[in-house]
Design a protein around this ligand. Structure first.
Ligand SMILES: Nc1ncnc2c1ncn2[C@@H]1O[C@H](COP(=O)(O)OP(=O)(O)O)[C@@H](O)[C@H]1O
Ligand SMILES: [Mg+2]
Length: 228
């Protein structure tokens, strides 16, 4: 049985990459083969092999199946700005159809038992004036795991994102509270509110980590249940 999930965040820097790497690490340690994909990355370094993005490399490091970089991260832009604006500036406009095509290709040849697709920014990140990355997730009918970056303002972001996922007819396979702000006030009350208002399983609470590694994250989370 092949499990595939889209990793959405309440915002950029919510911890999508770190949590995705933790989930891949956990599934590896449970004996599953893994692949992490980052279809669109804005914020890449020039290397002799081409543009490289830290998120994509971190996901690759937790993938048991080896894929060429270009399959993991087919759309790579150097400037760390909104992807559709980077695409416009570089005259490489983004379209949902093209990204769906690229992802379908990789997902078809990919044999991994546990595959994650990390989004970019938040759930409704634009691709062009008419489409968002959510159109891709919808077209591929991927269940979503939502990473809530725990900080002031996250309740509104989390609830809006859950609403958008439901409106798109996608399954919310689970959510993870990720404490990005060590000093967040009334953390416990915020968590309780999320539990009360999100009708999907909580897959874990990741504390603020002085050394955020996939291994440490893995010890705080569980994998989504297959029929969730
Ligand atoms: N629980 C945590 N504790 C400490 N640092 C964290 C935690 N979660 C994320 N970070 C750090 O915050 C930054 C943003 O996380 P990242 O996973 O890259 O977010 P996103 O992929 O949503 O943009 C990274 O430097 C990451 O190491
Ligand atoms: Mg990321």
């Amino acid at each position: 049985m092949k499990q595939k999930y889209f990793i959405a965040g309440t915002d950029t820097d919510a911890g999508k990459t770190l949590i995705a790497a933790g989930l891949l690490n956990k599934s590896k340690s449970e004996g599953l083969s893994t692949v992490g994909l980052k279809p669109i990355a804005a914020g890449c370094e020039e290397t002799p092999e081409g543009l490289r993005n830290d998120d994509a490399l971190m996901l690759m490091a937790q993938s048991t199946e080896e894929l060429p970089y270009e399959q993991v991260n087919p759309i790579a832009f150097a400037p760390p700005i909104a992807p559709h604006i980077a695409g416009q500036q570089l005259r490489r406009p983004l379209s949902a159809g093209r990204i769906v095509g690229l992802l379908r290709g990789v997902l078809m040849i990919n044999r991994a038992q546990f595959t994650l697709v990390e989004g970019a920014g938040g759930y409704r990140v634009p691709l062009n004036p008419k489409e968002t990355l959510a159109d891709v997730t919808k077209e591929l009918n991927l269940p979503v795991i939502l990473v809530v970056g725990m900080k002031l303002g996250c309740l509104n972001h989390a609830l809006l994102t859950v609403e958008a996922i439901q409106r798109d007819g996608l399954k919310l396979a689970g959510w993870i509270a990720n404490r990005v702000d060590e000093d967040m006030a009334v953390y416990k009350e915020n968590i309780e509110t999320l539990h009360a208002m999100i009708q999907a399983p909580c897959l874990g609470e990741v504390p603020f980590l002085s050394e955020p590694t996939p291994e440490t994250v893995a010890s705080h989370i569980k994998l989504p249940s297959v029929d969730a």
